[in-house]
Design a protein. Structure first.
Ligand code: 6MZ
Length: 362
């Protein structure tokens, strides 16, 4: 499959972690600023960054290092802005960006001020139009090209936020995140994600917060089956989240349950292969789910950490599983039905796909 075609295809990104999606150049710049401060072991950082296939444990070590680099408000704002620009530049028309609100007393950061720094990042994007406030979008405008500046039609991207609960947190901290998400709904927060190192913690710690989120009308997505844990996988599927991410270690009974539930799966091909949660691309569960017509969506997970982008993920899927343009177009278009934003946004996105179907030769 032609990479240019994959890049020009309108795409939806539903599983992208902010701090995992930082540009390499920015990460390097931030790392350099810490040299000599004794906080970061530069050679350890460099070793992990340069390593191609990292185990899941090494990936989480890298996240701990990234967390040190991105602890102040202005850096959070900067990386948010850059991540949105990067997704928009490859024709992502809808981005559900997820991030863990962090408290850091040393820089007077609260979970709330962290999210405010993210919102500042959304507002500071100038190279594309960012629509993130619900009910304020003029639905005709996304469809009608905006006035050309120097011959270029401005790009437009819908952005919604998911607040993540880290599996290292307490029940109370998770509750705080959910309450914050509820207060921030007016600024485009649409749901809650449970993520973090899947080998630690017990997801039932967060069940009260997840139930509360759902009762209050927030959508919930869970990292499910990233490591073998049969009981947890079953309980997560029983909870019936609106979506799940990964689904690598499901047993036969889980597959039956998942398929009958029709819960959409966020598929992260490169992430799964690089962290070796799937043996190789040709045995990836994408094939089984795709053949069963199970709802699924291709995502990057951590485009910075795994040196990928959404267009690349589409190309990998097309090349590895023998899908043509028509199938890839439908795969991308179907994702509209699994977003957490409201029906007006869905309607706008359907129009986007209809408007380009002919020129995409599908
Ligand atoms: C589980 C992951 C993840 O939230 O600081 N995260 N959690 N599995 C994965 N697969 C590789 N990739 C990223 O972004 C970074 C955080 O997202 C979660 C981890 O908690 C990581 O620290 P934010 O913006």
């Amino acid at each position: 499959m032609n990479m240019e075609w994959c890049a020009s295809l309108p795409k939806l990104e539903l599983h992208a972690h902010l701090n995992g999606s930082i540009r390499d150049s920015t990460l390097l710049e931030l790392t350099k600023a810490f040299i000599g401060k004794g906080v970061i072991n530069f050679s350890e950082m460099e070793h992990i960054i340069r390593k191609y296939n990292r185990s899941l444990e090494e990936v989480f070590k890298l996240f701990d290092l990234i967390r040190i680099l991105t602890t102040d408000h202005s850096t959070v704002t900067r990386i948010t802005k850059e991540v949105i620009e990067d997704f928009a530049s490859e024709n992502v028309v809808y981005l559900e960006l997820r991030t863990t609100p962090k408290r850091n007393d040393s820089v007077e950061m609260s979970k709330r001020s962290y999210v405010e720094a993210v919102l500042k990042g959304l507002r500071s994007v100038t190279s594309v139009d960012v629509a993130f406030i619900p009910h304020c979008e003029d639905s005709d405008r996304i469809f009608t090209p905006l006035p050309a500046i120097n011959g270029h039609v401005r790009k437009r991207i819908f952005v919604r936020l998911l607040l993540s609960i880290d599996r290292r947190e307490t029940t109370e901290a998770a509750m705080e995140t959910v309450r914050l998400a509820l207060e921030m709904r007016q600024f485009g927060v649409v749901g809650i994600d449970l993520s973090g190192n899947p080998s630690i913690g017990d997801w039932t710690t967060y069940l009260p917060a997840l139930k509360f989120a759902r009762e209050q009308g927030l959508c919930v997505t869970l990292h499910c089956g990233e490591v073998p844990n049969s009981k947890e996988i079953k309980n997560m599927l029983d909870f019936r989240p609106q979506r799940i991410g990964h689904a690598c270690y499901l047993g036969d009974e889980h597959w039956r349950q998942l398929k009958s539930s029709k819960i959409p799966v966020e598929i992260c091909l490169t992430s799964n292969v690089r962290t070796m949660t799937v043996q190789s691309i040709d045995v990836h569960h994408f094939v089984d789910l795709y053949k069963a017509k199970h709802p699924l969506v291709l995502c990057t997970d951590d485009s910075g950490v795994f040196s990928t982008c959404l267009s690349k993920e589409y190309k990998i899927a097309a090349d590895s599983f023998g899908l043509g343009r028509r199938e890839m177009f439908e795969l991308s278009r179907n994702a509209v039905e699994y977003i957490f934003a409201d029906s007006r946004v869905k309607e706008d996105l359907r129009k986007v796909f209809n408007s380009v179907a002919k020129s995409m030769e599908v």
